[in-house]
Design a protein. Structure first.
Length: 361
C-alpha cells in the first residue's frame, strides 16, 4: 500500500525521546507521525503494577536535578506525581559485611554516566513508576498525532526538500524525520543514503543487563533495609551480580507495608542470556541476595527483565561518531535524538529531544 500523504514530521522510534519530540512538535502545531517497530511504546521504560507492587522493568528514575524532566512533567500535567528518593545512604559489600559508602560512591562504582554535581543527590521518579511518564505522553499524543506500532522502517533517504521512508508495506514522506532509535537500527536506516558516517554507528559499544525484582514478606528479611541498596565489590561479585536496590525503601509506594521489594542487577554473559529462563534467574537472584542479607524464607514473587545489548555506552568514540554523522546530516532534514546519540540516562534523553524539536521548529 503506497502512502503519499505528506506530514510535517515523522519520528522513528516510540521510546522516551521519540515520544517527547512528537509531543513538543505537536504542541507547536506540526502534523506528526510516530512509527514504533515493536508492539508497545516506551522503549526501556516499562512498569509492572501487581497487587500493590510497582516493579520497574527498565529505568527506575531520573537524576534529581533534571530541569528538563521537571519541565516535561509540568507540560504533561503530572508534576504532582513526581516522588523523591527516601533513602540516600548506600552500602557496599566486600564479601564479608556491608559498610556505608560515601555519597555518590555507589553511582561511580556502577559507572552511572551522570554529572558530578548529581552524585549523592539520588533520583526522582513517579508515584506509579516510570510508566506514568509514558502513559501521559501517549495519552496526550493519541488525540494530536498518528501513532503506529509494529511499523518497521527499512531505510530513510532525502527527497527534494523533504525525506522519504520505505516501510514493509509502502512508503511515507515528510518535511523532516527524527531518528530516535538505538545506534544499530539507526545505522541500518541511514547507511544507504548517508554512507560511512552512518555505517560507523555499527561500532557503538553496548552492554547487557538482567534485573530481577523480588517481593518478600517484610518479616523474612532481617536487615532494616535503611538505605537505597548496596553494590558488590569487584572481588565479591559472582554470577554477574553487581548491585541491589532496596526498592521499597528507596522510593515511596513501591510495595505494600507488609512486604519488601528489592531489585537485583546482573551483568550477564552471552551464554547466560541464552540459557537461563525466568525461574533460573529468580533462583540465582535469591541465592545472591541470601549471600549478603539474612533471609528467613523464600521470595513470594519475582519479576525478570532482560535487556540484551540494549544499554548504550556513551564514550569518546561514540561522541566522535555522532558528531561526524550529524555533520553529514546537517544539509538534510534528518535529525538524531536519544540516549544513543546524546548521552545516557533519562535526563539526557529528554534534553536531546528538547534540542532536536526546538531545532526543527
Amino acid at each position: 500500500m503506497l502512502r503519499n500523504v505528506v506530514v510535517d514530521l515523522i519520528v522513528i522510534g516510540g521510546g522516551l525521546s521519540g515520544l517527547t519530540v512528537a509531543f513538543r512538535a505537536a504542541r507547536a502545531g506540526a502534523r506528526v507521525l510516530v512509527l514504533e517497530s515493536s508492539a508497545r511504546f516506551g522503549g526501556q521504560l516499562e512498569t509492572e503494577r501487581q497487587r500493590g507492587f510497582v516493579v520497574e522493568q527498565g529505568a527506575e528514575g531520573f537524576v534529581a536535578g533534571s530541569e528538563a524532566m521537571q519541565q516535561l512533567a509540568e507540560q504533561l500535567g503530572i508534576a504532582e506525581r513526581v516522588v523523591e528518593q527516601q533513602e540516600l545512604r548506600s552500602y557496599g559489600f566486600d564479601g564479608n559485611a556491608l559498610s556505608s559508602l560515601a555519597p555518590g560512591e555507589a553511582a561511580r562504582f556502577l559507572g552511572f554516566q551522570v554529572a558530578a554535581k548529581e552524585l549523592g543527590r539520588g533520583i526522582r521518579a513517579f508515584r506509579g513508576g516510570m510508566q506514568d511518564l509514558i502513559d501521559a505522553l501517549v495519552g496526550d499524543l493519541a488525540s494530536r498525532v498518528t501513532l503506529r506500532t509494529r511499523a518497521a522502517v527499512r531505510f530513510v533517504e532525502p527527497l527534494g526538500e523533504g525525506v522519504r521512508l520505505m516501510l514493509g508495506d509502502g512508503e511515507e514522506r515528510a518535511a523532516a524525520v527524527v531518528v530516535a532509535t538505538p545506534a544499530l537500527p539507526a545505522a541500518g536506516l541511514l547507511e544507504d543514503a548517508f554512507g560511512a558516517p552512518a555505517r560507523a554507528l555499527r561500532a557503538a559499544a553496548l552492554s547487557s543487563s538482567v534485573t530481577v525484582s523480588l517481593a518478600y514478606q517484610r518479616s523474612l528479611i532481617e536487615h532494616p533495609l535503611d538505605a537505597s541498596g548496596f553494590v558488590m565489590a569487584e572481588n565479591a561479585q559472582k554470577d554477574g551480580f553487581r548491585a541491589c536496590a532496596f526498592s521499597s525503601s528507596k522510593l515511596p509506594s513501591r510495595a505494600p507495608s507488609s512486604h519488601a521489594l528489592v531489585r537485583l542487577f546482573f551483568r550477564p554473559n552471552t551464554e547466560d542470556l541464552a540459557r537461563l529462563d525466568d525461574a533460573a534467574w529468580r533462583e540465582r537472584a535469591e541465592r545472591s541476595l541470601g549471600a549478603v542479607l539474612p533471609l528467613r524464607g523464600p521470595a513470594e514473587e519475582g519479576w525478570v527483565a532482560r535487556w540484551p545489548d540494549a544499554l548504550p555506552v556513551f564514550d569518546a568514540e561514540q561522541r566522535s561518531r555522532v558528531a561526524a554523522l550529524e555533520q553529514t546530516l546537517a544539509s538534510s532534514r534528518v535529525r538524531l535524538a536519544g540516549s544513543a546519540f546524546h548521552g545516557s540516562g533519562i535526563d539526557a534523553a529528554v534534553r536531546s529531544a528538547f534540542r532536536v524539536s526546538d531545532s526543527l521548529a
